[in-house]
Design a protein around this ligand. Sequence first.
Ligand code: FE
Length: 175
Amino acid sequence: MNATKYMQTTVLRIMLFLLASASIIACGQQKSIDKNDKTTYMEYEVKKTEAEWKQVLTPKQYSVLREKATERPYTGKYDKFNGIGTYYCAACGAELFDSKTKFDAGCGWPSFYDPAKPHNVKEIHDSAYGMNRTEVVCAKCGGHLGHVFNDGPEPTGLRYCINSESLIFKPKGEK
Ligand code: FE
């Protein structure tokens, strides 16, 4: 091997090494952004890692909103609650339900027959636990809210069965 060829091979090796290092670093960065995040980091307008959600939510809110837990029936603070005002997402503050659409379904969870802003809630097919249900999540942050069923009152016939932990109520006139 002559000197020129040796130099060319060496330069090529160095370039390949740098390229490999750069891609390893890039992968590492990607991983650190997505750390502990299950599915929703890039999907929703409000983007937080699971570690960040843990910092801003209480343990109960986190288990419902981020891990899709269901609070025990008849235990939520908004189950037997009739305040006049608006319910917001406890995770990101999106406007979700108006007290005008709240009704007592007797099921143990706050129930509404219509979202305040249809574009703020997203419905997802849920086949967990061998059931065919429609999960309701906050369309801004992906937080789990509850499920929607077809046995609600008029005018929609829908029952949005929502965990109190996913909601924050503000009385009318209060921002
Ligand atoms: Fe939200």
